[in-house]
Design a protein around this ligand. Structure first.
Ligand code: GLU
Length: 443
């Protein structure tokens, strides 16, 4: 079995693409097969090397290594060869309409309530008419001739699917300038590389009907198809997440690749959306049959929730190298274990460390109040109950409550108005630092 992920390097990959990549990868791994990365870069103007690098970096970050790699731009001669054969076989024909002429045709069909199917006027052109167009400087574009026959396949997600060839417009496969559109090269590659399973989004269902005729025209057997249903937020497609589209934004926000992979492996399936500690676990649970054929609406916060859950499973040994990279090699196991339940991202550990162990200049609103509070700091061993005992005493002694009680203490102890729970922080800050900070001293 061989699956392939075929992004066009005209931009970075977003959650929607990554889901397709992940499902292809999981399917291959589960079946003991291989996974190919195919770069659909026939659009020379819009394809950029920076996006190729970005796609590879993102897949690598997610742990989705590929066994084979290919680029469509290196196979143009092969596509031309196939086009030549299909022209000889009468399955590809030259057309001379301009964009504007086609537009007028489409508008007229629409105004008459007809589907915008190409009328095949080009097939009626005589050799003289064609020569005349060429002499005028018109360059041909080429269409694939759809056969008037039923097209059916058994989709691994959607079940039996049927189309009638006559209801599909003959697609343009070679543009006026000679460049290829997506449709034919994809079918040629899937056939030449013996892709066994094509997994992609449901927006490709109609393309599949066309491509099945292309496989047959080339004398090849079509692969198995699986078209996954869309996963959307209430606002729209999966590609958008609070204005951030790419993996880079997730990385910067401290989202772990496995949180994304867990989410994307489960969303739109019959499994609950839960985090898994490794890609291997996701492989073990993968089954194409679990995928729903109807679109799913999800909440973007799900990824954040999974991220927090995942981090709460991280042992100190696992994060130690990362802490070192973050310049936090002073963090030890007990500190990590103490703050871990409160982290939503690994990056947040830095805030806790700064507050608890670095020197801070406290913000004192009312020196007398802070000093009075310092005097009654509990003695003995400090734990998460210390804060409640202390605050209660301060309340009794000063008569303060609510914000006027908590805010000055928070600012004195952390020099911030917001931050991690003081209940958890206080034992980590320790008595000496707490006393000094309440007295307005940098500590
Ligand atoms: N380059 C195409 C896309 O990005 C690939 C579709 C396919 O999987 O065949 O949609």
């Amino acid at each position: 079995m061989l699956t392939r992920f075929a992004p066009s390097p005209t931009g970075y990959i977003h959650l929607g693409n990554v889901r397709t990549a992940l499902v292809c990868w999981l399917y291959a791994r589960k079946s003991g097969g291989k996974f190919m990365l195919r770069l659909d870069d026939t659009d020379i103007e819009r394809s950029k090397e920076i996006f190729v690098e970005g796609i590879k970096r993102d897949l690598t970050w997610l742990g989705l290594g590929w066994d084979l790699e290919m680029r469509q731009s290196e196979r143009l001669a092969r596509y031309r060869e196939v086009v030549e054969v299909l022209i000889k076989d009468g399955r590809v024909y030259a057309c001379f309409e301009t964009e504007q002429e086609l537009d007028v045709k489409r508008k007229m069909q629409m105004s008459r309530g007809l589907p915008p199917i190409y009328d095949r006027a080009a097939l009626k052109l005589t050799e003289e008419q064609k020569q005349k167009f060429l002499a005028e400087g018109r360059k041909p574009h080429y269409r694939f001739l759809m056969k008037d026959e039923s097209i059916t396949w058994n989709d691994e997600v959607r079940g039996p699917v049927a189309f009638e060839g006559k209801h599909l417009s003959d697609p343009i496969i070679v543009r006026e300038g000679g460049s290829f559109t997506y449709m034919l090269p994809s079918a040629v590659d899937d056939a030449d590389y013996a892709i066994t399973h094509v997994v992609r989004g449901e927006d490709h269902v109609t393309n599949t009907a066309v491509q099945i005729q292309m496989f047959k025209a080339m004398g090849k057997v079509p692969p198995t198809f699986a078209h996954t249903a869309f996963v959307k937020t209430k606002e729209g497609k999966l590609s958008k997440r609070e204005g951030s589209e790419g993996m880079q934004e997730f990385r910067e926000a401290g989202i772990e690749p496995l949180a994304i992979a867990s989410f994307l492996a489960k969303v739109g399936t019959s499994d609950p959306i839960e985090v898994r500690a490794s890609l291997e676990e996701l492989v073990a649970e993968f089954d194409m049959k679990k995928f729903s054929r109807s679109p799913t609406i999800y909440a973007p916060e799900d990824i954040d929730r999974l991220n927090a859950k995942l981090i709460h499973l991280y042992t100190f040994a696992k994060v130690a190298p990362r802490l070192k990279e973050m310049g936090l090699s002073a963090i030890d196991e007990s500190f990590w274990n103490a703050v871990r339940p409160n982290l939503k991202t690994v990056n947040e550990v830095k805030d806790w460390w700064t507050i608890c162990r670095e020197t801070l200049s406290p913000e004192i609103e009312d020196a007398d109040f802070a000093k009075a509070a310092a005097e009654i700091l509990p003695t003995g061993k400090w734990d998460e109950k210390t804060w409640d005992i202390w605050v209660n005493d301060v309340k009794q002694k000063t008569g303060r409550s609510g914000k006027t009680l908590f805010m000055p203490l928070r600012k004195a102890l952390t020099a911030m108005e917001h931050g991690p729970e003081l209940r958890n922080l206080l034992p980590l800050i320790g008595r000496d630092k707490a006393i000094a900070r309440l007295h307005g001293k940098a500590a």
